[in-house]
Structures are given as C-alpha cells and as structure tokens.
Design a protein around this ligand. Structure first.
Ligand code: PLP
Length: 410
C-alpha cells in the first residue's frame, strides 16, 4: 500500500487562483454580455522584445547544425549568461560575485520552493504576512510548518511577520528567534520596498542569530526611485547570511519562456547538529546537479540578449509601459478616495477595501458592479484580509477603463 506524504494533506483546499477562476466562470455564465477587465493577473502581457526573439531564433538555428548543436549544458547555466548577469546587474552596484555563485534556473518559483530542502526540518521559518504563497506551501510539503489553523488562516509553527497599515507594510524584526527568513522586495503583493537602512536591520539580525535570509528580488527591475536597494548584497555583511532569487519573468517577459537565477554566496554557512559549518553554495550545487538539468540553450541565449544595449532599451520600454499603468491605478484610486500602497517601485497596487469590507466581498462587488477582476488580499495571508491587489500588467486601454469604472460604479 502506497502511503501519502501527509504534509500535503495539511494544505488547505482550493488555491487562490482556482477560486477566482470559479467565481469568474459563474459570473460569465450568468452575464454572458459582461465585458470583464482583468487587473488580477500576475502575468505579463507584452511580448518578448525583438532583441530577445532574434537571439532565441539564432539559438534554435545553432541547434539545427551538428557543428553548433548543444546537448546537456552545465546544470548551473552557461558562463556566457552568468558573466553578463554579474557585469550588468551586480558589479555596477558594487557587488562582486564569482561565476560559481550564480545558478541559472527555470524560475524563481521553483528555486524559492526548492531551496528549503537544504535546511533541517527543525528550523523555525518566518514569512511576512501577506506573502507570496509559494514560500509557505513548499515548507508545508516538507513538513516544517506544523498544522494549519483554519480559524487563524495560519500554520502553528511559522512565525508570521505582519505587514499592516500601521507599520507601512514593512515587517518588524521577529520577537522570537527564527532561522530562515523569507523576504521579498519589491513585494508581491503589497508593492512596497525597503530602504538600505531597513534591509540592513535584517542582515544584522541574521548575522547575530546565524539565520539565513531567502531574499526574493523577482521585481527588482521595477524599482524607479534612487536609493532603493536592488540586491540584498548591496548591504554590508549580506554575503554571509543571504541567498537571492532573481527572475527574467517580470523584468523581460520570460513568464512563458522560463529563465531565472539564484545567487548563493560561498560565505553563507549552515550548521549540522554538532555545530560544524557547511557551505550552502556546495549544497545547492549538489542539489541542482542531482535534480535539475539546466535551462535550454536557446532560452539562455535569449536571456543573454537582454544585456545588450538594444535589449536593455527594449525591456526598459516595456517596464515603463507597465509602470505608467501602475501610476494610473495608484493615482486613480487615490483620487477616488482609497488608501493605497505600492505601485511606485513595483507593478502591484495594494488597496485597502472601503468600510472594512472583506476582501472576497470586495472581489464580488468589483466584479458585479464594475466588471473588473482583482485579487483578494486574504489569498496572501491572514493580514491580507481587508486588502485587495491590482496589477499593472494589463493593457493601457483596459487599465484606464478599469479605473474609470471603479470611480463611477463603486
Ligand atoms: N517570486 C515572486 C514574488 C513572484 O511574484 C513570482 C511570480 O509571480 C515568482 C517569484 C515566480 O517567478 P518565475 O516566473 O521566475 O518562476
């Protein structure tokens, strides 16, 4: 008899986006004429840039000839891409990395979900609340979180770091010791960032407690303001205590193409029960070489084209397009009297629902009255209740129409 991994049974039922889809489908069946605008999606809508497409075509062409064909590549990624990443995204910010500290992968989702495998099950983990659900669910599957309390909407062994209106959506240091800390800035779903000083408090905490920060910088490309850290490694001492996840998904439209990378500095150590230190970099290398066989050559060639002058200009244009949508949403909602967060250095706008309305209730109201779809904050954690996420990834026309409808029909 095959036994189940009972940790999977601790996951509460319906996933956020399937519940949203269910409600939309029912509404569409009852109202076939309704012209629905989706500002709930976390996926990009603009096509890959011409420089990327050209490089991808060329990569495919090379695969068609025996002289240039490539089979298995290095599991950690091709050096031509790693060097471009280092030279372009890190050295100009004063961050020195070596080639074997950068691991190319097929996504920040899989990397953030898989990375917890390297840690003992007795580690105490902390997440912000609200949070990108992957950090929590992957740890549930591994058996690190205790049981789900459906009343609280939280697991009993996780330390939650509330992000609320009172603290400006910026988490405070935990009151009890934690070993693994997931931070995501610019944040999904709140759209907020931390300053260097604020991030330094976390690095200092991790150094004092020998904790590790799992820093998700998937939205780094959206930072507009000077002085906001793009990488945790801009903070002194972070090389000893942090791992950083990056992705080409949102910065360059690779959500359907799949390419990302994770930085694991050689200075980061984890300890065994005897107190002996082990290199996290070596453990991740071991994990990846066993369980992962690399990103396809044409995709890595395409990703490298992002770093050409043309590629940079083109991806910047797309990000600017989305950030203009973010501005329209943010300012439109403010003018309509809503309290909003984010949307300045991130493609997400986190709005407070009016009159303490529940976030699913607001979802239904927005869908029924304005035919606009967003994402209920409660789907991102207990502290997301009473909030709602809108995204800047729609078309300009739909963004403008959606805000007009929110102003006039809500
Ligand atoms: N990290 C965060 C915070 C995200 O919001 C997302 C996607 O929505 C990801 C990671 C996933 O990135 P990728 O497409 O590289 O798997």
């Amino acid at each position: 008899m095959a036994l189940v991994n009972e940790n999977y049974l601790k996951l509460p039922g319906s996933y956020l986006f399937s519940e949203i889809a269910r409600r939309i489908n029912k509404f569409k069946a009852d109202n076939p004429e309704a012209d629905i605008i989706r500002l709930g999606i976390g996926d990009v809508t603009r096509p890959l840039s011409p420089a990327v497409i050209e490089a991808m075509h060329q990569g495919v062409e090379e695969m068609s000839k025996a002289e240039t064909f490539r089979g298995y590549g290095p599991e950690q990624g091709y050096q031509f891409l790693i060097e471009k990443i280092m030279n372009h995204d890190f050295i100009p910010r004063g961050v020195e990395l070596s080639v074997d500290e950068v691991f190319i992968s097929d996504g920040a989702k899989s990397d953030t979900a898989n990375f917890q495998e390297l840690f003992g099950l007795n580690n105490i983990m902390a997440v912000t609340d609200p949070v990108y659900p992957v950090y929590v669910d992957s740890n549930v599957m591994a058996g690190r979180t205790g049981f789900y309390d459906s009343k609280k909407g939280q697991y009993d062994a996780i330390v939650y770091l509330p992000c609320t209106e009172e603290n400006g959506m910026k988490p405070s240091l935990p009151k009890t010791r934690v070993d693994m800390i997931y931070l995501c800035f610019p944040n999904n779903p709140t759209g907020m960032t931390l300053s260097k000083e604020e991030l330094k408090q976390w690095v200092d905490y991790a150094r004092e407690n020998r904790s590790i920060i799992l820093f998700d910088a998937a939205y780094e490309g959206y930072i507009q303001e000077e002085g906001v850290p793009h990488s945790i490694f801009e903070i002194e001492g972070a090389r000893e205590v942090a791992v950083e996840f990056r992705s080409f998904s949102k910065t360059a439209g690779f959500t359907g193409t799949r390419c990302a990378y994770t930085i694991v500095p050689k200075d980061v150590k984890v300890y065994d029960s005897q107190g002996k230190a082990h290199s996290l970099n070596q453990l991740w290398l071991r994990r990846q070489t066993t369980k992962f066989n690399g990103v396809s050559y044409p995709v890595q060639a395409a990703a490298a084209a992002i770093f050409t002058e043309e590629g940079q200009r083109q991806i910047r244009e797309t990000i600017d397009y989305y950030m203009e949508n973010a501005r329209i949403i943010r300012e439109g909602l403010q003018k309509a009297g809503y309290t909003v967060f984010g949307g300045v250095n991130a493609p997400y706008i986190w709005m407070k629902t009016p009159n303490h309305m529940g976030s699913w209730e607001f979802f239904d109201k927005l869908m029924i009255n304005a035919h606009v779809i967003g994402t209920p904050g409660a789907g991102f954690g207990a502290n997301g209740e009473g909030y709602f996420r809108l995204t800047a990834f729609g078309t300009r026309e739909n963004t403008l129409r959606a805000i007009e409808r929110i102003k006039t029909r809500m």
